[in-house]
Design a protein. Structure first.
Length: 235
């Protein structure tokens, strides 16, 4: 191997090690019993078999017939988070006359102060007659909508929602495509959670990671093997 190829290998190794060091997943739950953090014990929540995959477990959040329990749930111990990404897979499987919606919560200061990102197949209330809309709410006593996007989701259909907050900027992606942003987030820090109202949703692979990226996505051995293979093919 000549000096040029050796230098390339060294640089690749350094970059991979650096990526591994800065990328950190702060929370992950695939509902297979491998996390120490627990969701609140609520009658509206339970872990069950995924109807579409008997080998997979999901969180079922069902508030279709519930008027007594809180609709927004938070994980304790993350109240001082500042810049991070929250993402989750969701599948809305049940609706009521006005609602078929599921939301992710970020920068939660209090139970009534947070950013809510809510994709809805149906949200026929609040003066908005549209179905299939994503709303970004800045919850703080009232429910102002600060950003919106038209989306296309159906019942019993899996999607991935991702929300990133850095400084005062919030960006939203659905199925890997950025669809909304807001640049005046009022809350400088806060935890995360989920919200459900008069709907039923299956939830899976909830992850929160810092601005360095997800450590679950770092695969240095596979990447290094690929790089080395390409170099050898040039020898």
């Amino acid at each position: 191997m000549n000096i040029r190829k050796l230098c390339i290998v060294i640089v690749c190794v350094i970059l991979l090690l650096f990526e591994s060091a800065i990328a950190e997943t702060l929370f992950f739950d695939d509902f297979e019993g491998n996390t120490e953090h627990k969701w609140p014990d609520m009658p509206t929540l339970n872990v069950a078999e995924d109807p579409g995959d008997p080998d997979n477990s999901v969180l079922v959040f069902d508030t279709k017939n519930d008027n007594n329990n809180v609709d927004a749930l938070f994980l304790e111990g993350f109240e001082d988070l500042t810049d991070y990404t929250m993402r989750a897979k969701f599948n809305i499987v049940g609706e009521t006359a006005e609602f078929a919606a599921f939301g992710l919560i970020v920068r939660a200061q209090l139970a009534t102060e947070y950013m809510l990102i809510e994709p809805a197949r149906k949200r026929l209330c609040c003066g908005d007659p549209r179905e299939n809309v994503l709303n970004v709410f800045e919850r703080g006593g009232a429910w102002p909508i600060v950003a919106q996007a038209d989306i296309d989701i159906e019942l019993d259909e899996w999607h991935e929602l991702s929300v990133t907050v850095v400084d005062k900027k919030l960006t939203v992606s659905l199925d890997g495509k950025q669809i909304a942003e807001y640049g005046k987030v009022a809350y400088p820090k806060g935890g995360f959670g989920i919200r459900e109202w008069k709907s039923e949703t299956l939830i899976d692979d909830v992850e929160v990671f810092d601005k360095g990226g997800s450590s679950l996505e770092v695969e240095p051995h596979a990447k290094l093997t690929l790089t080395w293979g390409l170099l050898k093919s040039d020898l």
